[in-house]
Design a protein around this ligand. Structure first.
Ligand SMILES: [Ca+2]
Length: 538
């Protein structure tokens, strides 16, 4: 019998559709480019627009509301909004472990409401044989909150000289592979590697930042045009899809103030992605050294589109540090951290806490519009790279078959032959929502099942080429993705019957999956005293 493949699922955090080299970007990502050249790239793969819901959906093969993660990991009310992975779902790790796999995780969890004490929503209780990483969703790359090994807090490990979270995630992933090869050579493994890069804060090493000196000097307008051209040239995007206009809130590059600081922001962002790619390079080398590269399926994707948030936005530093636990007030050597997008402070070092802002996020999401939080293409479009020499014959091909996060569980069960459970520990489990992408390993599929999204009232349904999408609280918009993937020509007024039919399909899905009306969720969150910036779009 052929050995079942190992699986390495790599997720990163808040990265735009076109940042990677192999998706038209300026950032040097030789490892991901090599995986793409020897595997497949998908041009229309979608996440769920936000950290926690995307992770919940990816891990379980369900929609986020079905798992208890309707918004983030704050308790926002009943059923689907408890902010804590519930017991009507199972993770990929639980299912594959039951099927004979060893299971490892390094990186960001962010689907548990209790950040300080282990609960049954933490990784070790959700199918992982080993866990190293953070329970919280963001933080200092030099000194992350909630750093955990197994169920134990190990924040002190960040005091080791040279600690940097992106490297720590990569190095742990390498050690799992080496230890597995030595101790369990006959068993297949599943490894989930969840980077926090390039989520803010903009933290990176000087030598990585220096590699991008001058690379963005042409400014966001020219670079957006260049990216579109490369995406079309490489066959990822259709030439008839037009570039969206620059975000209307942002100036032309020629009029932008503080250019030196702006460039530094984008250079640090690039360095964050670069450092991740270096780490993935070490993971791939460890697989090669263990002789396991050919029979390992490596999957890479991002959890949501690029992020347009400024820091701090609607929250105080005390809230960031004490309540949300996503920042440190001081560096490890006792220096006060300078918070905020102040052009007098250059981002990168441990004593800074900044984000790259709307205009660069607009570049990151080229050619699409809108960002993380929204269901327009800029919010939910992600690169998807699949590399599996023993299982995927074509090298460097592009697939235009649409897909989304629940498909990952379905695909992994399909290729491993492990069954999806109807019940777990006596509790009934919601039926799998995804569709296997394995048939698309050979060629694009003719059609796929409808896809649905909802996040904080922003919503969409896609059926065949048609996408009905809503930016809360505006009306539905309708796009024909065959000719207008960049969502420039709203056809809702020309096709009222199609809008009614698709909206009815959406409402039926929302009821079935426990999606609450936005007004109800906002009222619930106000009652919880949840900070404005974390549930309002503007
Ligand atoms: Ca994210």
């Amino acid at each position: 019998m052929q050995r079942r493949p190992n699986i390495i699922l790599i997720l990163n955090d808040d990265m735009g559709y076109s940042d990677l080299g192999c998706y038209g970007g300026e950032i040097q990502t030789p490892t991901l480019d090599r995986l793409a050249a020897n595997g497949l790239r998908f041009s229309q793969f979608y996440n769920t627009a936000r950290c926690s819901p995307s992770r919940a959906s990816l891990l379980t093969g369900l929609h986020p509301h079905q798992t208890g993660i309707g918004i983030l990991t704050y308790d926002s009310g009943p059923e689907g909004y408890a902010g804590n992975l519930n017991h009507r779902c199972v993770t990929i790790a639980q299912v594959l472990k039951a099927g004979g796999y060893r299971t490892y995780m390094s990186g960001k969890w962010h689907v548990a409401s209790n950040l300080t004490s282990p609960t049954d929503a933490w990784p070790m209780q959700r199918g992982f044989d080993a866990f190293y990483g953070t329970i919280i969703g963001a933080g200092s790359f030099y000194d992350p909150n909630t750093l955990t090994r197994g169920n134990d807090n190990v924040e002190h490990e960040a005091r080791e000289p040279g600690f940097f979270y992106t490297d720590a995630i990569s190095d742990q992933a390498v050690r799992y592979i080496q230890a597995h090869a030595a101790a369990h050579p006959q068993q297949p493994f599943f490894e989930y590697v969840a980077y926090t890069a390039p989520h803010w804060p903009l933290h990176a090493h000087d030598d990585d930042i220096a590699k991008y000196d001058g690379r963005f000097d042409a400014g966001w307008d020219t670079l957006r045009e260049e990216r579109l051209e490369r995406l079309v040239q490489s066959g990822i995007l259709d030439a008839q899809w037009k570039l969206t206009a620059r975000d209307p809130t942002q100036p032309p590059w020629t009029d932008a103030a503080h250019k030196g600081w702006l460039l530094r922001c984008m250079e640090v962002y690039a360095a964050q992605v670069d450092r991740m790619d270096q780490g993935i390079g070490r993971i791939v080398r460890a697989l090669e050294d263990a002789g396991r590269l050919d029979d390992t399926l490596i999957i890479f994707l991002a959890d949501n589109g690029a992020c347009a948030e400024d820091i701090p936005e609607g929250v105080t530093i005390e809230e960031l540090v004490d309540k949300l636990m996503i920042a440190r007030s001081h560096t490890r050597s006792g220096e006060a951290v300078k918070f905020g997008n102040d052009p007098a402070t250059m981002p990168g070092p441990e004593n800074t806490y900044q984000s790259y802002g709307t205009a660069w996020a607009n570049l990151s999401n080229t050619p699409f519009r809108l960002y993380k939080h929204w269901i327009h293409e800029g919010g939910i479009s992600t690169p998807l790279i699949l590399h599996w020499p023993a299982g995927i014959a074509q090298k460097g091909a592009i697939r235009h078959t649409p897909g989304y996060l629940p498909d990952i569980m379905a695909t992994l069960l399909d290729i491993t032959g492990v069954p999806y459970p109807a019940a777990w520990d006596g509790q009934p489990i919601a039926a799998l929502e995804g569709q296997s992408l394995a048939p698309a390993f050979d060629a694009d599929l003719d059609e796929r099942a409808p896809m649905f999204w909802e996040h904080e009232g922003n919503a969409a349904v896609r059926i065949g080429p048609w996408k009905l999408v809503r930016e809360y609280p505006k009306d539905w918009e309708l796009y024909d993705m065959r000719v207008d993937r960049t969502e420039l020509h709203d056809l809702a007024a020309q096709h009222p019957e199609r809008v009614r039919e698709m909206a009815a399909r959406y409402e039926a899905w929302a009821r079935r999956c426990g999606v609450l009306d936005r007004e109800k969720v906002v009222a619930l969150m106000r009652g919880q005293g949840v900070t404005k910036a974390f549930w309002e779009d503007e």
